[in-house]
Design a protein around this ligand. Structure first.
Ligand code: NAD
Length: 359
């Protein structure tokens, strides 16, 4: 009963025309920021997360505390738990699901392939099954990935480009997710929006990502491994600041439309949409390191090695004109500015004072 009350409170809408959103992966990096932004503007938000230990669980707990302080309740549970999902939909008639729960990371797929199948395929299907039977059916916005472009070498990547050459199991599960959601869209009329995020970074970010682990190693005086592609070409990424991604997510929720499910008027076929959310200006990894050195006022010990065949692609670059047109998406933070904000957060979160840890 206490649990139900907390879920209901958290889902309460406090603005006219607002939405109640179930955010899966609620204490994840992106999930935390999206939940806070929704709550801030008066939407109802309930988080769901299994707090898995793919990376530092204490960071996930700290994000949960941050969310709780902003009146966002997070349920601990797995998206494969259909009974739990049904119970949540019994308590709240969610209008939207922001589905961000996933096993992320391309390299870990070599070590633990089944965790990708569990969360990104089986979990997705369980969630869609529950959404399909919910009344009213929620509109679903979910995170695909730029990794679906795989070994495609034509840049910038547009949504209509080929996605049939995944370079990792992670990419393959995201591509499978696109096919699975499309199927649920045309069979059951679920409204679906897939967002292909391009390397998202920022405060409260993921410790497994390069910009984060580079920062940690530079501060600790440890060497950093910089991968170099074929023919000694530097790897480059279309690094995208979290605030821009959040705007793209909210824009997607706002335009995602109601499905044709019972409740509400029929509005024709439910939409199935896919958008790139990137920054449109790739930066090489050595340049990323130089920016970090500048903000940290410390030199990195660079260890440049050839890229192993571990699923990384040489470069990414988003064409976002479709998202610009349909969602009003416009990335505004360059890497230099975004990393400054990340470094400021990092130093404060880990208790550094002028580059030295505070005891
Ligand atoms: P994250 O790992 O910080 O967040 C994912 C959250 O989902 C984690 O808190 C994890 O505990 C939770 N989770 C995983 N499996 C679950 C399950 N079975 N049930 C319940 N919870 C589960 O990652 P993120 O960077 O916030 O990514 C969010 C989404 O965006 C993911 O789908 C990811 O694949 C996608 N994405 C991220 C990036 C990026 O650069 N950060 C790029 C492309 C796509």
């Amino acid at each position: 009963i206490q649990w139900e009350k907390q879920v209901r409170n958290s889902a309460q809408i406090r603005r006219s025309g607002g939405m109640s959103v179930l955010v899966t992966g609620g204490v994840g990096f992106v999930g935390t920021h999206v939940s806070l932004a929704l709550k801030r503007r008066g939407d109802g938000v309930v988080g769901l997360d299994n707090f898995n230990n793919y990376y530092d669980v204490s960071l996930k707990k700290a994000r949960k505390t941050l969310l709780n302080n902003h009146n966002v309740f997070v349920v601990e549970g797995d998206i494969n738990d259909a009974r739990l999902l049904e119970k949540l939909f019994d308590v709240v008639a969610f209008t939207h699901v922001m589905h961000l729960a996933a096993q992320a990371g391309v390299r870990y797929a070599m070590e633990n392939p089944n965790s990708y199948v569990h969360s990104n395929i089986a979990g997705l299907v369980t969630l869609l099954e529950v959404c399909k039977s919910a009344n009213p059916q929620p509109s679903i916005v979910w995170a695909s990935s730029s990794s679906v472009y795989g070994l495609n070498e034509k840049v910038p990547f547009s949504e209509s480009d080929r996605t049939d050459q995944p370079a990792s199991l992670y990419a393959a599960t995201k591509k499978a997710g696109e096919e699975i959601t499309h199927t649920y869209n045309h069979i059951y009329g679920l409204s679906i929006t897939g967002l292909r995020f391009f390397t998202v970074y920022g405060p409260w970010g993921r410790p497994d990502m390069a910009y984060f682990s580079f920062t940690r190693n530079i501060l600790q005086g440890k060497p950093i491994k910089i991968y170099r592609g074929k023919n000694r070409v530097d790897l480059a990424r279309d690094f995208t600041f979290i605030d821009d991604i959040v705007k793209g997510c909210l824009g997607s929720l706002d335009t995602s439309g109601k499905s044709t499910g019972s409740g509400g008027k029929k509005r024709g076929p439910a939409p199935y949409r896919i958008f790139n959310l990137g920054n449109t200006s790739p930066v090489t990894v050595p340049t990323l390191v130089s920016i970090l050195e500048k903000h940290l006022k410390m030199k990195a010990k660079r260890n440049i090695v050839d890229m192993p065949g571990n699923g990384d692609v040489p470069f990414t670059h988003a064409n976002v004109s479709l998202a610009r047109r349909e969602l009003g998406y416009k990335p505004t933070t360059d890497l230099e500015t975004g990393l400054k904000k990340f470094v400021r957060w990092y130093l404060s979160y880990y208790g550094y004072n002028h580059g030295k840890p505070v005891n």
